[in-house]
Design a protein around this ligand. Structure first.
Ligand code: C2E
Ligand code: MG
Ligand code: MG
Ligand code: MG
Length: 283
């Protein structure tokens, strides 16, 4: 079809492109407004110790409560937020809201850590450590109750800058996790250099468990690697009892996924503690 109609196709693509650019601009404007009108909200997903079967943390997951379209997940707006720089004020809001929530849990006698996703743009901001320190101070959250989830892609370029930032964050006493571990461009050298606490095995390796032999091998290898480096290992995207049992048999320390609980409103995290699925024998 494209071959038949040379100029027509060109015009078609131009119109498409134009439309896309317009849609982006509209979304950017809406996101800016959403920030002002406080339409962002956080859901929290349980992270569970696989050995003790206890709730140890919750990952904060950003949502946009759109006045017309309802609750929108980050997949629909994160790219535009990042490209427009709006992720900086949004990310700051997320950090503050998550820390405030973790402090409230502490006060309610529910001492669990909160994990916060950090985007590349936030990380490239050299004052991230200063921001985190001031938010911890402001919310009175002890640093060990905050974990920052960083992706591999963010750590890979061997930039001294990012090494300094990681060191500064680690010195504050906050925890650091490598999110979606295994999906990045795999140079593992940063693991040797950086003070990371936790590897988070990506969902894509978990979904094929326990039957897919390659996934099983990879999950065992990642767990072994993490433990050899004295890191805790958590698996994301656990949906079934079988996946959970397999991960426990591999020695994986912690887990997160629909099997333990979907992302929930903060108030429901308390009840999630009581409603965790019973631990399965490793067998
Ligand atoms: P992520 O950090 O890897 O978060 C896990 C995603 O997997 C979440 O999607 C969660 O709802 C989903 N999930 C959890 N358990 C299961 C499961 O058992 N099965 C399946 N199929 N999915 C599961 P969500 O909330 O749509 O977030 C998508 C991504 O958006 C996150 O991936 C993270 O990279 C990013 N994100 C979320 N919140 C924030 C934020 O506050 N700031 C930044 N920068 N990024 C965020
Ligand atoms: Mg994450
Ligand atoms: Mg993840
Ligand atoms: Mg993921």
């Amino acid at each position: 079809q494209a071959k038949q109609s040379g100029r027509g196709t060109f015009r078609f693509f131009t119109i498409e492109l134009e439309r896309e650019v317009q849609a982006r601009i509209a979304l950017e404007t809406e996101l800016r407004r959403a920030l002002e009108r406080q339409e962002f909200t956080l859901l929290f997903q349980p992270q569970v110790d696989l050995v003790r079967g206890e709730l140890i943390a919750a990952e904060s997951l950003l949502r946009w409560q759109h006045p017309v379209r309802g609750l929108i997940g980050p997949g629909a707006f994160l790219t535009v937020a990042e490209e427009s720089g709006l992720i900086l004020p949004i990310g700051e809001w997320v950090l503050r809201a998550a820390c405030r929530q973790a402090r409230a849990w502490l006060d309610a006698n529910c001492p669990i850590r909160v994990a916060v996703n950090i985007s590349v743009a936030q990380f490239q901001r050299s004052d991230l450590a200063v921001l985190v320190a001031s938010i911890l101070q402001e919310t009175q959250l002890p640093p060990e109750y905050l974990e920052l989830e960083l992706t591999e892609s963010l750590l890979l370029p061997d930039v001294p800058e990012s090494e300094r930032l990681i060191a500064a964050l680690s010195k504050l006493g906050v925890k650091l996790a490598i999110d979606d571990f295994g999906t990045g461009y795999s140079s593992l050298s940063y693991l040797r250099r950086l003070p990371v606490d936790r590897l988070k095995i990506d969902r894509s390796f978990v979904s094929g468990l326990p039957d897919n032999p390659r996934d099983a091998t990879l999950v065992r290898a990642i767990t072994g690697l993490g433990h050899d480096l004295h890191l805790r290992v958590i698996a994301e995207g656990i949906e079934t009892a079988e996946q959970c049992r397999f991960l426990r048999s591999c020695g994986c320390d912690e887990g997160q996924g629909f099997w333990f609980g979907r992302p929930l409103e903060a108030e429901k995290i308390h009840t999630a503690v009581q409603n965790l699925p019973p631990r399965q024998p490793i067998g």
